[in-house]
Design a binder for this molecule. Sequence first.
Ligand SMILES: *Cc1c(COP(=O)(O)O)cnc(C)c1O
Length: 404
Amino acid sequence: MNDLTQCVLTPKISTEGFDPLGVGVHRASTIVFKDAVAYASRGDRGHEGYSYGLYGTPTTRTLEAKLTKLEGGAWTFLTPSGQAANALAVLSFLTAGDHILIADTAYPPMRDFAETDLKRLGIGVEFFDPQSLNDVAAKINQNTKIVWCESPGSTTMEIVDLPNIAALAHERGVLVGVDNTWATPLNFKPLEHGADIVTEALTKFVSGHSDVLMGSITIKDTALLKPIRSLIGRMGIGVSPDDASLVLRGFETLGVRLRHSEKVALDFAGKIEGHPVVDQVLHPALRTFPGHTLWKRDFLGSSGVFSVVFKQEAAAHVAAALDTLEVFAIGASWGGTRSLAAPMSIDGFRTATSWDGPDVILRLSIGLEDEKELWADIERFLDTVVAQTIAASSGRQTKAASNG
Ligand SMILES: *Cc1c(COP(=O)(O)O)cnc(C)c1O
Protein backbone atom coordinates (compact mmCIF):
# COMPACT_ATOMS: atom_id res chain seq x y z
CA MET A 1 0.00 0.00 0.00
CA ASN A 2 1.23 3.47 -0.86
CA ASP A 3 2.66 5.54 2.01
CA LEU A 4 0.08 8.26 1.51
CA THR A 5 -2.71 5.74 1.85
CA GLN A 6 -1.07 4.19 4.89
CA CYS A 7 -0.95 7.60 6.52
CA VAL A 8 -4.72 7.77 6.22
CA LEU A 9 -5.83 4.24 7.14
CA THR A 10 -6.08 3.09 10.76
CA PRO A 11 -4.28 -0.25 11.18
CA LYS A 12 -6.27 -2.95 12.94
CA ILE A 13 -4.77 -3.41 16.39
CA SER A 14 -5.99 -6.26 18.55
CA THR A 15 -7.78 -5.33 21.76
CA GLU A 16 -7.40 -8.91 23.00
CA GLY A 17 -6.28 -8.83 26.64
CA PHE A 18 -6.78 -5.08 26.96
CA ASP A 19 -9.34 -4.76 29.71
CA PRO A 20 -9.29 -1.28 31.26
CA LEU A 21 -11.75 -0.29 33.99
CA GLY A 22 -13.04 2.71 32.08
CA VAL A 23 -14.26 3.17 28.53
CA GLY A 24 -12.06 4.87 25.94
CA VAL A 25 -12.82 8.16 24.24
CA HIS A 26 -14.26 7.08 20.90
CA ARG A 27 -14.32 10.04 18.55
CA ALA A 28 -16.27 9.68 15.34
CA SER A 29 -18.46 11.41 12.86
CA THR A 30 -18.18 8.70 10.18
CA ILE A 31 -18.84 5.10 11.04
CA VAL A 32 -18.00 2.73 8.17
CA PHE A 33 -20.09 -0.18 6.95
CA LYS A 34 -18.88 -3.50 5.66
CA ASP A 35 -20.73 -3.22 2.35
CA ALA A 36 -23.24 -1.15 0.41
CA VAL A 37 -26.16 -3.22 1.67
CA ALA A 38 -25.19 -2.61 5.31
CA TYR A 39 -24.90 1.11 4.54
CA ALA A 40 -28.27 1.24 2.80
CA SER A 41 -29.98 -0.42 5.73
CA ARG A 42 -28.18 1.58 8.45
CA GLY A 43 -31.51 3.00 9.62
CA ASP A 44 -32.48 -0.50 10.76
CA ARG A 45 -29.72 -0.47 13.36
CA GLY A 46 -32.13 1.36 15.63
CA HIS A 47 -31.36 3.34 18.76
CA GLU A 48 -28.94 0.76 20.13
CA GLY A 49 -26.83 0.43 16.99
CA TYR A 50 -24.13 2.74 15.66
CA SER A 51 -24.73 4.58 12.41
CA TYR A 52 -23.26 8.08 12.76
CA GLY A 53 -21.22 9.79 15.48
CA LEU A 54 -24.03 12.19 16.33
CA TYR A 55 -26.30 9.29 17.30
CA GLY A 56 -23.87 7.68 19.72
CA THR A 57 -20.43 6.20 20.26
CA PRO A 58 -19.29 3.52 22.76
CA THR A 59 -18.28 6.38 25.10
CA THR A 60 -21.64 8.13 25.10
CA ARG A 61 -23.51 4.79 25.22
CA THR A 62 -21.59 3.87 28.36
CA LEU A 63 -22.71 7.06 30.11
CA GLU A 64 -26.28 6.58 28.86
CA ALA A 65 -26.30 3.01 30.17
CA LYS A 66 -25.07 4.08 33.59
CA LEU A 67 -27.82 6.69 33.88
CA THR A 68 -30.53 4.37 32.54
CA LYS A 69 -29.69 1.81 35.20
CA LEU A 70 -29.49 4.29 38.11
CA GLU A 71 -32.71 6.08 37.13
CA GLY A 72 -34.52 2.78 36.58
CA GLY A 73 -35.47 3.78 33.04
CA ALA A 74 -35.65 2.27 29.56
CA TRP A 75 -33.25 4.57 27.69
CA THR A 76 -31.22 7.76 28.16
CA PHE A 77 -30.38 10.60 25.76
CA LEU A 78 -27.45 12.95 26.36
CA THR A 79 -27.72 16.66 25.61
CA PRO A 80 -25.15 19.48 25.57
CA SER A 81 -26.46 20.99 28.83
CA GLY A 82 -29.03 20.45 31.55
CA GLN A 83 -31.18 23.21 30.12
CA ALA A 84 -31.10 21.51 26.68
CA ALA A 85 -32.35 18.32 28.36
CA ASN A 86 -35.30 20.16 29.89
CA ALA A 87 -36.21 22.04 26.72
CA LEU A 88 -35.93 18.99 24.44
CA ALA A 89 -37.76 16.69 26.84
CA VAL A 90 -40.90 18.81 26.61
CA LEU A 91 -40.59 20.07 23.03
CA SER A 92 -40.55 16.46 21.77
CA PHE A 93 -44.16 15.99 22.88
CA LEU A 94 -45.77 19.37 22.15
CA THR A 95 -47.66 20.74 19.13
CA ALA A 96 -49.56 23.99 18.56
CA GLY A 97 -52.78 23.92 20.57
CA ASP A 98 -51.30 21.73 23.30
CA HIS A 99 -50.90 22.87 26.89
CA ILE A 100 -48.08 22.40 29.40
CA LEU A 101 -48.22 22.87 33.17
CA ILE A 102 -44.94 23.84 34.79
CA ALA A 103 -44.03 24.04 38.47
CA ASP A 104 -43.81 27.70 39.44
CA THR A 105 -40.38 27.12 41.00
CA ALA A 106 -38.83 25.45 37.93
CA TYR A 107 -35.30 26.41 36.84
CA PRO A 108 -35.73 30.00 35.50
CA PRO A 109 -34.39 29.30 31.95
CA MET A 110 -37.06 26.56 31.68
CA ARG A 111 -39.74 29.14 32.50
CA ASP A 112 -38.20 31.48 29.96
CA PHE A 113 -38.13 28.75 27.26
CA ALA A 114 -41.81 28.01 27.91
CA GLU A 115 -42.90 31.65 27.94
CA THR A 116 -40.83 32.66 24.92
CA ASP A 117 -40.59 29.67 22.60
CA LEU A 118 -43.42 27.32 23.54
CA LYS A 119 -45.88 30.24 23.52
CA ARG A 120 -44.49 31.44 20.16
CA LEU A 121 -45.21 27.96 18.78
CA GLY A 122 -48.83 28.21 19.89
CA ILE A 123 -48.51 26.04 22.98
CA GLY A 124 -50.45 27.05 26.08
CA VAL A 125 -48.18 27.56 29.08
CA GLU A 126 -49.40 27.68 32.66
CA PHE A 127 -47.58 27.52 35.98
CA PHE A 128 -48.78 25.70 39.09
CA ASP A 129 -48.12 25.99 42.79
CA PRO A 130 -45.71 23.10 43.50
CA GLN A 131 -47.21 22.69 46.97
CA SER A 132 -50.82 22.37 45.82
CA LEU A 133 -52.29 19.24 44.26
CA ASN A 134 -55.57 21.15 43.91
CA ASP A 135 -53.83 23.70 41.74
CA VAL A 136 -52.55 20.94 39.44
CA ALA A 137 -56.00 19.32 39.31
CA ALA A 138 -57.66 22.66 38.54
CA LYS A 139 -55.22 23.62 35.78
CA ILE A 140 -54.96 20.32 33.84
CA ASN A 141 -57.25 20.64 30.82
CA GLN A 142 -58.08 18.47 27.82
CA ASN A 143 -55.13 19.90 25.86
CA THR A 144 -52.55 19.33 28.60
CA LYS A 145 -49.77 17.03 27.38
CA ILE A 146 -47.13 17.41 30.09
CA VAL A 147 -46.86 18.35 33.74
CA TRP A 148 -43.30 19.52 34.35
CA CYS A 149 -41.91 19.33 37.88
CA GLU A 150 -38.68 20.16 39.58
CA SER A 151 -38.26 18.91 43.12
CA PRO A 152 -36.99 20.62 45.17
CA GLY A 153 -37.77 23.82 43.28
CA SER A 154 -34.95 26.13 42.22
CA THR A 155 -33.78 28.41 45.08
CA THR A 156 -36.91 28.13 47.27
CA MET A 157 -36.73 24.30 47.39
CA GLU A 158 -40.43 23.33 47.43
CA ILE A 159 -40.97 19.55 47.27
CA VAL A 160 -43.77 18.31 45.00
CA ASP A 161 -46.00 15.36 45.86
CA LEU A 162 -44.86 13.48 42.78
CA PRO A 163 -46.82 10.20 43.19
CA ASN A 164 -50.09 12.12 43.55
CA ILE A 165 -49.32 14.58 40.74
CA ALA A 166 -48.49 11.58 38.54
CA ALA A 167 -51.76 9.84 39.47
CA LEU A 168 -53.74 12.98 38.57
CA ALA A 169 -51.85 13.37 35.29
CA HIS A 170 -51.97 9.73 34.23
CA GLU A 171 -55.75 9.53 34.79
CA ARG A 172 -55.96 12.11 32.01
CA GLY A 173 -53.26 10.62 29.76
CA VAL A 174 -50.80 13.40 30.60
CA LEU A 175 -47.03 12.84 30.78
CA VAL A 176 -45.02 13.83 33.86
CA GLY A 177 -41.42 15.07 33.66
CA VAL A 178 -39.08 15.87 36.55
CA ASP A 179 -35.83 17.84 36.66
CA ASN A 180 -33.90 15.81 39.26
CA THR A 181 -30.65 17.79 39.31
CA TRP A 182 -30.59 18.54 43.05
CA ALA A 183 -30.98 14.97 44.31
CA THR A 184 -29.22 13.15 41.44
CA PRO A 185 -30.35 9.58 40.71
CA LEU A 186 -28.62 8.51 43.93
CA ASN A 187 -30.99 10.39 46.22
CA PHE A 188 -34.26 10.43 44.29
CA LYS A 189 -35.64 8.17 41.59
CA PRO A 190 -38.55 10.05 40.00
CA LEU A 191 -39.35 7.21 37.57
CA GLU A 192 -40.13 4.98 40.57
CA HIS A 193 -42.49 7.64 41.93
CA GLY A 194 -44.65 8.08 38.85
CA ALA A 195 -42.63 10.27 36.47
CA ASP A 196 -42.38 9.27 32.79
CA ILE A 197 -39.34 11.40 32.04
CA VAL A 198 -36.45 12.52 34.26
CA THR A 199 -33.77 15.04 33.36
CA GLU A 200 -30.46 15.76 35.06
CA ALA A 201 -28.03 18.64 34.69
CA LEU A 202 -24.96 16.37 34.74
CA THR A 203 -23.06 19.68 34.82
CA LYS A 204 -23.69 19.80 38.57
CA PHE A 205 -23.04 16.95 41.04
CA VAL A 206 -22.74 14.07 38.56
CA SER A 207 -19.76 15.44 36.64
CA GLY A 208 -18.76 17.24 39.82
CA HIS A 209 -15.76 19.37 38.82
CA SER A 210 -17.27 22.53 37.28
CA ASP A 211 -15.49 21.93 33.97
CA VAL A 212 -18.09 20.39 31.68
CA LEU A 213 -21.69 21.00 30.62
CA MET A 214 -24.06 18.13 29.91
CA GLY A 215 -27.61 16.99 30.49
CA SER A 216 -29.58 13.77 30.28
CA ILE A 217 -33.13 12.73 29.52
CA THR A 218 -34.15 9.28 30.78
CA ILE A 219 -37.48 7.75 29.82
CA LYS A 220 -39.43 5.14 31.72
CA ASP A 221 -40.95 3.52 28.67
CA THR A 222 -39.58 2.86 25.18
CA ALA A 223 -42.88 4.25 23.80
CA LEU A 224 -41.38 7.71 24.48
CA LEU A 225 -38.15 6.93 22.67
CA LYS A 226 -39.02 7.85 19.10
CA PRO A 227 -40.32 11.41 19.59
CA ILE A 228 -37.19 12.43 21.54
CA ARG A 229 -34.68 10.54 19.40
CA SER A 230 -36.06 11.89 16.17
CA LEU A 231 -36.31 15.51 17.38
CA ILE A 232 -32.77 15.66 18.71
CA GLY A 233 -31.53 13.97 15.53
CA ARG A 234 -33.30 16.50 13.29
CA MET A 235 -31.97 19.34 15.40
CA GLY A 236 -28.47 17.90 15.13
CA ILE A 237 -27.94 17.64 18.85
CA GLY A 238 -25.38 15.32 20.39
CA VAL A 239 -22.48 15.46 22.85
CA SER A 240 -18.76 15.06 22.41
CA PRO A 241 -17.18 11.79 23.58
CA ASP A 242 -14.46 13.83 25.31
CA ASP A 243 -17.09 15.57 27.42
CA ALA A 244 -18.91 12.28 28.05
CA SER A 245 -15.63 10.81 29.24
CA LEU A 246 -15.19 13.70 31.74
CA VAL A 247 -18.69 13.07 33.05
CA LEU A 248 -17.95 9.34 33.36
CA ARG A 249 -14.79 10.15 35.33
CA GLY A 250 -16.71 12.38 37.75
CA PHE A 251 -19.54 9.86 38.02
CA GLU A 252 -17.27 7.28 39.67
CA THR A 253 -16.85 9.48 42.75
CA LEU A 254 -20.41 10.88 42.83
CA GLY A 255 -21.38 8.65 45.76
CA VAL A 256 -18.64 9.76 48.15
CA ARG A 257 -18.72 13.42 47.04
CA LEU A 258 -22.46 13.66 47.45
CA ARG A 259 -22.46 11.86 50.80
CA HIS A 260 -19.84 14.28 52.11
CA SER A 261 -21.52 17.41 50.72
CA GLU A 262 -24.96 16.45 51.99
CA LYS A 263 -23.63 15.76 55.49
CA VAL A 264 -21.73 19.07 55.75
CA ALA A 265 -24.56 21.05 54.12
CA LEU A 266 -27.13 19.71 56.57
CA ASP A 267 -24.85 20.46 59.51
CA PHE A 268 -24.32 24.05 58.29
CA ALA A 269 -28.03 24.49 57.52
CA GLY A 270 -28.92 23.53 61.09
CA LYS A 271 -26.33 25.90 62.54
CA ILE A 272 -27.30 28.85 60.30
CA GLU A 273 -31.00 28.36 61.09
CA GLY A 274 -30.85 29.92 64.54
CA HIS A 275 -28.70 32.92 63.59
CA PRO A 276 -30.18 36.32 64.56
CA VAL A 277 -30.06 37.80 61.00
CA VAL A 278 -31.57 34.67 59.43
CA ASP A 279 -35.29 34.32 58.89
CA GLN A 280 -35.40 30.83 57.39
CA VAL A 281 -33.12 28.12 56.02
CA LEU A 282 -34.60 26.31 53.03
CA HIS A 283 -33.31 22.74 53.16
CA PRO A 284 -35.68 19.76 52.70
CA ALA A 285 -33.86 17.63 55.29
CA LEU A 286 -34.48 20.18 58.08
CA ARG A 287 -37.46 19.19 60.19
CA THR A 288 -38.67 22.80 60.14
CA PHE A 289 -38.91 22.79 56.32
CA PRO A 290 -42.51 22.74 54.99
CA GLY A 291 -41.84 19.94 52.46
CA HIS A 292 -39.86 17.82 54.93
CA THR A 293 -42.47 15.04 55.26
CA LEU A 294 -42.75 14.57 51.49
CA TRP A 295 -38.97 14.64 51.17
CA LYS A 296 -38.64 11.99 53.85
CA ARG A 297 -41.28 9.81 52.21
CA ASP A 298 -39.80 9.88 48.69
CA PHE A 299 -36.10 10.77 48.78
CA LEU A 300 -33.14 8.59 49.72
CA GLY A 301 -31.00 11.50 50.86
CA SER A 302 -30.48 15.21 50.35
CA SER A 303 -27.81 17.23 48.58
CA GLY A 304 -25.09 19.79 49.08
CA VAL A 305 -27.18 22.80 48.08
CA PHE A 306 -29.55 24.87 50.21
CA SER A 307 -30.77 28.44 50.55
CA VAL A 308 -30.77 31.03 53.29
CA VAL A 309 -33.46 33.70 53.63
CA PHE A 310 -32.38 36.71 55.68
CA LYS A 311 -34.49 38.97 57.82
CA GLN A 312 -35.80 41.96 55.90
CA GLU A 313 -33.46 44.47 57.63
CA ALA A 314 -30.37 42.29 57.01
CA ALA A 315 -31.11 41.25 53.40
CA ALA A 316 -29.79 44.49 51.90
CA HIS A 317 -26.32 43.75 53.33
CA VAL A 318 -25.96 40.17 52.10
CA ALA A 319 -24.48 40.89 48.68
CA ALA A 320 -21.75 43.21 49.99
CA ALA A 321 -20.87 40.85 52.86
CA LEU A 322 -20.14 38.07 50.33
CA ASP A 323 -16.90 39.89 49.56
CA THR A 324 -15.55 38.75 52.95
CA LEU A 325 -15.68 35.08 51.87
CA GLU A 326 -12.25 33.54 51.47
CA VAL A 327 -12.87 29.85 50.81
CA PHE A 328 -16.29 30.00 49.17
CA ALA A 329 -16.21 31.33 45.62
CA ILE A 330 -19.02 33.50 44.27
CA GLY A 331 -20.58 31.99 41.18
CA ALA A 332 -23.48 30.31 39.45
CA SER A 333 -23.95 26.59 38.90
CA TRP A 334 -23.03 24.19 41.74
CA GLY A 335 -22.19 20.60 42.60
CA GLY A 336 -18.43 20.94 42.04
CA THR A 337 -15.54 20.40 44.43
CA ARG A 338 -15.38 24.12 45.23
CA SER A 339 -17.97 25.56 47.57
CA LEU A 340 -20.02 28.35 46.05
CA ALA A 341 -22.21 31.17 47.27
CA ALA A 342 -24.66 32.95 44.99
CA PRO A 343 -27.18 35.67 45.85
CA MET A 344 -30.34 34.66 43.99
CA SER A 345 -33.24 36.89 43.04
CA ILE A 346 -36.63 35.31 42.45
CA ASP A 347 -38.45 38.51 41.49
CA GLY A 348 -40.12 37.90 38.14
CA PHE A 349 -39.76 34.11 38.37
CA ARG A 350 -43.02 33.40 40.21
CA THR A 351 -46.53 33.76 38.82
CA ALA A 352 -48.64 30.96 40.38
CA THR A 353 -47.30 31.59 43.88
CA SER A 354 -46.13 34.66 45.72
CA TRP A 355 -42.94 35.29 47.61
CA ASP A 356 -43.16 37.89 50.33
CA GLY A 357 -39.64 37.51 51.69
CA PRO A 358 -36.74 39.75 50.68
CA ASP A 359 -35.63 39.49 47.05
CA VAL A 360 -32.21 38.14 47.84
CA ILE A 361 -31.86 34.52 48.83
CA LEU A 362 -28.39 33.17 49.42
CA ARG A 363 -27.74 29.82 47.76
CA LEU A 364 -24.86 27.81 49.16
CA SER A 365 -23.28 24.79 47.48
CA ILE A 366 -21.00 22.80 49.73
CA GLY A 367 -17.90 21.35 48.10
CA LEU A 368 -15.00 19.30 49.38
CA GLU A 369 -12.84 21.83 51.27
CA ASP A 370 -12.11 21.46 54.98
CA GLU A 371 -15.41 21.89 56.87
CA LYS A 372 -13.90 24.00 59.66
CA GLU A 373 -12.45 26.48 57.18
CA LEU A 374 -15.77 26.64 55.36
CA TRP A 375 -17.64 27.24 58.59
CA ALA A 376 -15.20 29.97 59.64
CA ASP A 377 -15.91 31.60 56.28
CA ILE A 378 -19.66 31.48 56.92
CA GLU A 379 -19.21 32.91 60.42
CA ARG A 380 -17.11 35.77 59.09
CA PHE A 381 -19.76 36.46 56.46
CA LEU A 382 -22.62 36.38 59.01
CA ASP A 383 -20.67 38.65 61.40
CA THR A 384 -20.28 41.15 58.56
CA VAL A 385 -24.02 41.05 57.81
CA VAL A 386 -24.73 41.68 61.52
CA ALA A 387 -22.24 44.57 61.74
CA GLN A 388 -23.58 46.23 58.59
CA THR A 389 -27.20 45.77 59.69
CA ILE A 390 -26.48 47.38 63.05
CA ALA A 391 -24.49 50.22 61.44
CA ALA A 392 -27.32 50.94 58.98
CA SER A 393 -29.97 50.92 61.69
CA SER A 394 -28.02 53.20 64.06
CA GLY A 395 -27.30 55.43 61.06
CA ARG A 396 -31.04 55.69 60.48
CA GLN A 397 -31.66 56.43 64.15
CA THR A 398 -29.00 59.14 64.22
CA LYS A 399 -30.51 60.67 61.13
CA ALA A 400 -34.02 60.48 62.60
CA ALA A 401 -32.78 62.10 65.82
CA SER A 402 -31.04 64.95 63.98
CA ASN A 403 -34.07 65.42 61.75
CA GLY A 404 -36.28 65.60 64.85
C1 LIG B 1 -28.13 24.15 36.55
C2 LIG B 1 -29.47 23.56 36.38
C3 LIG B 1 -29.96 23.24 35.12
C4 LIG B 1 -29.20 23.57 33.87
O1 LIG B 1 -28.00 22.90 33.74
P1 LIG B 1 -26.93 23.45 32.66
O2 LIG B 1 -26.14 22.24 32.36
O3 LIG B 1 -26.18 24.53 33.36
O4 LIG B 1 -27.71 23.95 31.49
C5 LIG B 1 -31.20 22.66 35.03
N1 LIG B 1 -31.92 22.40 36.12
C6 LIG B 1 -31.50 22.69 37.35
C7 LIG B 1 -32.36 22.36 38.52
C8 LIG B 1 -30.26 23.29 37.52
O5 LIG B 1 -29.87 23.61 38.75
